[in-house]
Design a protein around this ligand. Structure first.
Ligand SMILES: [Zn+2]
Ligand SMILES: [Zn+2]
Length: 306
């Protein structure tokens, strides 16, 4: 079997959709697992064979039970792979090119995440990775696999940028979100501190809806992971910009660059990761349409919280 590579735009959008499908399924099966999109399809600009790799990280003592659970629910241990208490590799029985790396949290196999982060933060490394792949176009699969493994090891030795990032990331919260067309994707790598339903006239017009719902997290925990070039903004008042995807029109963020630099505010309903808020509030209720009845128990403010 010879290797053939696809350009990012030929496989990454589909891979992300498939990832979301598995994310929902895996999150339900293993509610305490940390689930991450890894491999080339998670590296912006990477050429690839077009397969999808998913990392599922569970506590070491849950690892064996988690393998069994996946085996009962549509996944099988990859036949030529080594299964250890820290790493099992499973394939989806659907045979859609999906590989699950079930790892023990904090083990050396967190390197799958480190490698992805190195590649995403360093364009020079990514061009070396792409060059290696182009060089392997048409070679036997075993040859490619060996060269790729050597390259990954080398990079993990060289690249300091995200070496221990996973340790701080730990089992802390991690959410993924995307716009309607999927071009713009973001991640939240910490707690969502509050959920705000805004009933102001600007949100009504900007969203074409009765109100807008924002999630608020620390500025440092929010990052756009792809589609930065698709983001456009509208200055809706002196201090405030509203950003949106120029391909599909999805609202993305409410940005006040003067007053709220500590926090990032994003459209909560863009989240693909399941999330249920621990606290919510309504603001600018004085301008809500008269036909909308708010019957929930959450705090309601005429303008802002006082
Ligand atoms: Zn879009
Ligand atoms: Zn508003």
């Amino acid at each position: 079997m010879d290797v053939h590579f696809l350009k990012p735009e030929q496989y990454q959008p589909q891979c992300y959709q498939i990832f979301l499908h598995y994310l929902a399924q895996l999150a339900e099966l293993l509610p305490h697992a940390r689930i991450e999109h890894i491999g080339s399809s998670a590296i912006q600009g990477a050429i690839s064979k077009g397969d999808l790799d998913i990392l599922v990280s569970v506590d070491a003592e849950q690892h064996a039970a988690s393998v069994r659970l996946l085996e009962q629910n549509g996944f099988s241990i990859k036949h030529d792979s080594v299964s250890t208490p820290e790493l099992s590799t499973l394939l989806s029985d659907v045979r859609d090119g999906v590989t699950i790396r079930l790892i023990a949290t904090g083990s050396k196999y967190e390197c799958f995440v480190s490698f992805r982060d190195c590649m995403n933060s360093n364009p020079t490394l990514l061009s070396r990775y792409n060059a290696l792949k182009q060089d392997c176009e048409g070679v036997a699969f075993a040859v490619y696999r060996k060269r790729k493994a050597e390259f990954i090891l080398q990079i993990l030795k060289e690249c300091e940028c995200s070496k221990h990032q996973w340790q701080t990331r730990g089992l802390s919260e991690h959410y993924l979100g995307s716009c309607l067309c999927g071009e713009v994707r973001f991640e939240v790598t910490g707690p969502i501190r509050s959920v705000v339903h805004c009933h102001c006239k600007q949100c009504q017009k900007g969203f074409g809806a009765a109100f807008a719902t924002f999630g608020v997290c620390s500025f440092a925990d929010f990052s756009i992971v792809s589609g930065l070039d698709k983001i456009q903004s509208y200055q809706s008042s002196d201090d405030v910009k509203r950003t949106f995807c120029r391909c599909c029109g999805s609202n993305l963020q409410w940005v006040n660059e003067n007053d709220y630099m500590e926090y990032a505010s994003f459209c909560l309903t863009l989240l693909d990761t399941p999330y249920s808020p621990s606290n919510q509030k309504h603001i600018y209720c004085k301008s809500k349409p008269s036909w909308l009845k708010l019957t929930d128990q959450h705090p309601k403010y005429a303008v802002l919280e006082t």
